[in-house]
Design a protein around this ligand. Structure first.
Ligand code: PLP
Length: 398
């Protein structure tokens, strides 16, 4: 603080949260730099390399001089490819067009821009707890009236539909859902989606469906998007992107799909914030969606093997129990028999056992007493992590 005691940052800043996984990652890297082994299970990022054909498309585009601004909504070419892919993948009754799509540098900024475009101070915004931290951060910054509805471990991390019905009303502006879910790996069933759709149609609210993990899905049935249910295409905003499915976290490429008038409003925020997404990265996105899909399927097969090993191993540890995640790449074990101070336990595990993971309460109050492990680590690393947990968990003094 300067001598004048004048604060140079806004009061609004105090309403912002942050994604704790990035802080844990930083500490984990410091420990590694001191020469100790750390298994990284803290951050939601596939450890695979981006498939070669996608990298080649970006390089060719760059060398071909795609080095200039593009429209704020994204190139027409990429938006058409996204619209076509999304309509087929989600079996939309009416195909989307390029006018429904807006491109962003990753899914996170588009969540911010969507909420900025639809929420006035005091507007009612519903999301589920625990949740990806960006929802709480953006909605509290915007001074929305946020309603958090708990997800339940005993329901495989789905909500109680009666509780949802009791807490939404004509005043609700939007409900945010995320399936497969970060941090629990839970997946909403068709019956859940149908009930949410029924409530949305009854009370005339928007549904924002964060479907970033729609390709990291381990049910043997097909993925169901709420957008494809009757009456929902006109009131659903889909958030998706390339980070998780194509191991492209560092490229920063995501998108949202929605009715055209809303898309214009959200694009105005793109225009005022990032202007447009890197031109040659957009070309890489076209290749990701049009090129061979083998790499995505191979990555998912590996994720499934890792999930089975990790969850089996966690359930064998005294004081730990873990539901089987049906999507994404996170396990969310209950450690409340060991402690309810999950952040302290996560920090102990990192410092003493060399395993980086997140405390469940970083994702909201309902995450208290849980840990989040991202299984974006090799089977050998998972084996080592389980061995370390077996040795160090009994030594934790809550
Ligand atoms: C549920 C959810 N939505 C959005 C994102 C953001 O993805 P991106 O890296 O493309 O910004 C993440 C990343 O962890 C996520 O878990």
């Amino acid at each position: 603080m300067l001598a004048t005691e004048k604060s140079f940052v806004t009061r609004a800043l105090s309403r912002l949260g942050s994604e704790n996984a990035f802080q844990i990652l930083q500490r984990a890297r410091e420990i590694e730099a001191s020469g100790r082994r750390v298994v990284h299970m803290e951050i939601g990022e596939p450890d695979f390399d981006t498939p070669e054909n996608i990298k080649r498309a970006a390089v060719d585009s760059l060398l071909g001089h795609d080095t200039h601004y593009t429209p704020s909504q994204g190139t027409h070419e990429l938006r058409e490819v996204v619209a076509d892919y999304a309509s087929r993948f989600r079996k939309m009754p009416k195909p989307y067009t390029a006018a429904n799509v807006t491109i962003s540098p990753g899914a996170k900024p588009i969540i911010w821009n969507i909420l900025s475009a639809i929420l006035d101070p005091g507007d009612e915004f519903v999301y589920f707890d625990p949740a990806y931290p960006a929802y709480a951060s953006a909605s509290s910054y915007l001074q929305a009236n946020t309603i958090r509805i708990p997800l339940h471990e005993e329901r495989d991390w789905r909500m109680d539909l009666e509780e949802l019905a009791a807490r939404v009303s004509d005043k609700t502006k939007a409900v945010m859902i995320n399936s497969p879910h970060n941090p629990t790996g839970g997946v909403l069933l068709r019956s859940d989606l149908e009930r949410i759709a029924e409530l949305a149609n009854k009370h005339n609210f928007l549904v924002i469906a964060d479907e970033i993990y729609s390709r990291n899905f381990y049910f043997d049935s097909e993925y169901i998007s709420i957008a494809a249910l009757p009456g929902m295409q006109e009131r659903t905003i889909i958030v998706d992107g390339f980070s998780k499915a194509y191991a492209m976290t560092g490229w920063r490429l995501g998108y949202a799909i929605m009715p055209e008038d809303l898309c214009k409003a959200v694009t105005l925020f793109n225009n005022n914030t990032f202007s447009c997404v890197t031109s040659f990265v957009q070309k890489a996105g076209i290749e990701a969606l049009l090129g061979p899909d083998v790499a995505v399927r191979e990555m998912n097969d590996i994720f499934r093997q890792r999930r089975d090993k990790l969850v089996g191993g966690l359930n064998a540890l005294p004081g730990v129990r873990c539901t089987l995640p049906e999507g994404a790449f996170y396990a969310f074990p209950n450690v409340s028999q060991i402690t309810t101070d999950d952040k302290k336990l996560a920090s102990f595990i990192l410092e003493e056992a060399g395993v980086a993971c997140g405390g469940g309460s970083s994702f909201g109050p309902a995450g208290k007493g849980y840990l989040r492990f991202s299984y974006a680590a090799s089977l050998a690393d998972i084996d080592y992590a389980l061995h370390q947990l077996g040795e160090y968990l009994p030594k934790f003094k809550g």
